[in-house]
Structure formats: structure tokens, C-alpha cells
Design a protein around this ligand. Structure first.
Ligand code: PLP
Length: 422
């Protein structure tokens, strides 16, 4: 049995059935923006391995930092022990995070950081004696992860978890904001938000949302004005604001964090994915002093502690990745990618099968009128030497920031060629 046949029979890949899985392609190595397949095909990566690999693969600076750290200590428990990489990373994060987020709780994946953030909000109100504040408000078309708590705030239909709707905590869903990025907040969106917060704030612990870009729940890009209003309303009605920046953090939308488009600071922020430049799994919950001290009232411990939290290797990769961001003028790279995406994808608006085209920073989305056949689309991609993975009716590009113009044009042109055939 060859490797692909073995894989097909025994390994469960994300969002697939074990009986009839989607095809997989075997990668033997990767460098920069190129994936080298076992069959000697070379693919230009348009996905950054799901928002993560912002500096490209096999980066010398991150490799060297990890090699040095591996000779010191790879992993050590965080209960009762600490280490240099975590301390250095915390200093670096406090320096770049929106103002006021000054306490860091490390987690081992994005979903787990969302669970921890939700638990913090609940524990905050419990410590204040407001035990009825137990619900979460969110906007439709959101995605926050695959664990039970996170699923309860994902869009009930597009958020991939409709199978579990009967077992999830019933939270409150507002309409996804109708106003596009760059437009003023629609009155209707703000009024609906205010009405719910006004009527139900006594039962609401926190408002959780992905700032500016809603990712895996629909790839929508909404107005920074709406986000500003959400911040104001949460303060007015005594509801905590959790910003899920797991996908948007570290420059993807053209600002270091998407909250920076609105100039707001949430009470709690989740970060992950590109935190380590896509090298190792690490996430973090950044918390304001008000919430951190509120949770810890009367010396209450925060009841969470993943085994691999703040792994020294993962923190080392994160430190090296942030150093690269500081050194490499990421803003210019992201802005150049944005200009090319706007110019190149604009043509898709004239295609009969395309519903919408949206671009922000180093993210370009083409929404089709019908769902895309993923297996067939990827076969066409591999034939053309590119790697793109659509979902539902959405085909999107989010390349590493270091992509060359030539590589980016290969991606956009392959995408358009395939769409023309659809
Ligand atoms: C906005 C957002 N939140 C949470 C998650 C979950 O992160 P992880 O896959 O690391 O658990 C994702 C993953 O796609 C995400 O995009």
C-alpha cells in the first residue's frame, strides 16, 4: 500500500468523512511560498496554511531561534515554573497589543483560547456576585473554533456546527453587520445591537466577535464604525467585549490587529495562528487589568491550565516571528499584496458565476453564486502549480506576506482561469 492509500484508509483529515475523504497531496518540503510535493510538483501557496505562515516556510531566522532553544529546553510545565521565552513574548505582546491589554494567559490552540476567554468572562461576573450574567452575544456568520464553548458562538448555519445545535449552550445571535468595510455603520445594525444589550444585559457576560473580518463563517468584511459602536455599547451596558483576533492578528488586514482599524481595545482578546509564524501551535488570551483583577478577586485562581501552555519552543518561534514582523516592513508587503489583489481580482466581478469580490490587506475573497466542488477545484489548482482551498461558495487567497509579485500573479491568474471553467 503506498503512503497516500495508507493515509486515505487510516488518517482522519479536517472536515472529512473517513469513508469518502477528500483527496490529499503529500508535501515533502516547503520553502518561502513554495510547497514541494512528493510527486515533484511545486505549488505556490495561497493559503499561508490557514492564516499562519506569514513569513513563508522554512524561515532561517525562526529555524535558528528554534535550534538554539531546543538545546536548552523544549518543554517544561508552566505550573510553578516559568522561562525566558514566555517572559520575552509577554513583553513583546504587551508592546504591540491594543492599549490596556496587559495580562497574558497562554493556551495551546485558538479554540482553547476562546474557551479560556469565555470562562474568564463567566468567572469575572461570578466574582462580582452577578451570577445571572451567563450568556454570550455574537454576530451571525462568525467562527470561533471547534470545541463545545466556541461552537456555541459560531454561526448556527455557516459556522460548521449545525449538527450539534441541540447540545450547545443557547447564546444570542445578532445579524451580521450589513455595512461593508469603509462604509459608515448602518443604523439598523447598531439599533439591533443596542436593543438586545439594553433588554438582556443582566443575563449577558460578554459580546464575542471577530473584528472587521469574519473568517471561516463567511469571509465577510464589515465596517470599523460598527466595531466602534459595539465597543461603546458594551461599555454602556456593562458587557465585556471579547475580540477574537486568532485569524486577523499580526498584520493580515493591514493593521497589526483588526481592532486597530476602529482604534478600540477589547476587554479580552484571543490571538493564535500566525503568532508563531505558523511554526508551532500556540495561542494566548490577552486581558485588561480590570478583567484580570476582577477574575482573581478574593484570590480566586483562574480555573484553566493546558498541559502545553506557553511551550518554550512555541514561545521562541513567536518571539522570532514578531522580530521578523518588526524588521521586515510587513505593512509595505501587506499593502503591496492588497493593491495587486484589488487589481487582479476586480475582473472576477464581470464573471457570470461570481457573486462578490472583497479584499482587505493580504486577503482576497471571491464569492461564487454556487458552492465550489473542493476536490475538483484543488485538482485544477495542482495542475496549474498553485495551492488554494475553497470552502462553501468562497474561494480566497491569503498568501504569506513575503510572496513575490510574480508568485502572486501566478495565484490570481490560476484562480481566474479555474473560475472561468466553473
Ligand atoms: C477566528 C477564529 N477563531 C478561532 C479559531 C480556532 O483556532 P484553532 O483552529 O487554532 O483551534 C479559528 C480557526 O480557524 C478562527 O479563524
Amino acid at each position: 500500500m503506498n503512503d497516500i492509500a495508507f493515509d486515505k484508509q487510516h488518517i482522519w483529515h479536517p472536515y472529512t468523512s473517513i469513508i469518502k475523504p477528500l483527496p490529499v497531496y503529500k508535501v515533502k518540503k516547503a520553502k518561502g511560498c513554495k510547497l514541494f510535493l512528493d510527486n515533484n510538483k511545486i505549488l505556490i501557496d495561497g493559503m499561508s496554511s490557514w492564516w499562519c505562515v506569514i513569513h513563508g516556510y522554512n524561515n532561517d531566522h525562526i529555524n535558528n531561534a528554534l535550534k538554539q532553544q531546543i538545546n536548552k529546553v523544549s518543554h517544561v510545565m508552566f505550573g510553578g515554573l516559568t522561562h525566558g521565552p514566555a517572559i520575552e513574548l509577554t513583553k513583546k505582546l504587551i508592546n504591540i497589543l491594543p492599549k490596556g491589554l496587559e495580562h497574558i494567559f497562554f493556551a495551546d490552540s485558538g479554540s482553547v483560547s476562546v474557551e479560556a476567554a469565555m470562562k474568564m468572562a463567566l468567572q469575572y461576573w461570578q466574582a462580582k456576585g452577578k451570577t445571572k450574567k451567563k450568556k454570550f452575544v455574537t454576530i451571525k456568520k462568525g467562527y470561533h473554533g471547534d470545541t463545545i464553548g466556541a461552537m456555541s458562538v459560531c454561526d448556527p448555519i455557516t459556522g460548521m456546527h449545525s449538527l450539534f445545535k441541540d447540545v450547545l449552550i443557547k447564546n444570542i445571535f445578532l445579524s451580521s453587520p450589513g455595512c461593508k468595510f469603509g462604509q459608515c455603520s448602518q443604523k439598523k445594525d447598531v439599533e439591533e445591537t443596542e436593543k438586545v444589550l439594553k433588554e438582556k444585559h443582566g443575563a449577558i457576560a460578554a459580546f464575542i466577535l471577530e473584528p472587521i473580518v469574519q473568517g471561516a463563517g463567511g469571509m465577510k468584511i464589515y465596517s470599523s464604525e460598527y466595531l466602534k459602536n459595539v465597543r461603546k455599547l458594551c461599555t454602556k451596558y456593562n458587557v465585556l467585549l471579547i475580540a477574537d483576533e486568532i485569524a486577523t492578528g499580526f498584520g493580515r488586514t493591514g493593521k497589526m490587529f483588526a481592532c486597530d482599524h476602529a482604534g478600540i481595545s477589547p476587554d479580552i482578546m484571543c490571538i493564535g495562528k500566525s503568532l508563531t509564524g505558523g511554526y508551532l501551535t500556540l495561542a494566548a488570551v490577552a486581558v485588561s487589568k480590570k478583567v484580570a483583577h476582577g477574575v482573581s478577586r478574593k484570590d480566586m485562581p483562574f480555573m484553566h491550565g493546558p498541559t502545553f501552555m506557553a511551550s518554550p519552543l512555541a514561545c521562541t518561534a513567536a518571539n522570532a516571528s514578531i522580530e521578523l514582523l518588526e524588521k521586515n516592513n510587513w505593512k509595505k508587503h501587506v499593502s503591496d499584496i492588497e493593491k495587486t489583489l484589488i487589481k487582479e481580482l476586480d475582473e472576477c466581478k464581470s464573471f457570470k458565476n461570481v457573486k462578490d469580490v472583497r479584499v482587505i490587506g493580504a486577503l482576497g475573497v471571491v464569492q461564487m453564486k454556487k458552492n465550489v466542488d473542493v476536490a475538483d477545484f484543488q485538482k485544477q489548482c495542482v495542475k496549474r502549480g498553485v495551492w488554494i482551498r475553497p470552502f462553501m461558495d468562497l474561494i480566497y487567497l491569503m498568501p504569506p506576506y513575503v510572496i513575490s509579485k510574480k508568485e502572486l500573479l501566478t495565484l490570481t491568474r490560476a484562480l481566474k482561469d479555474i473560475i472561468r471553467l466553473e
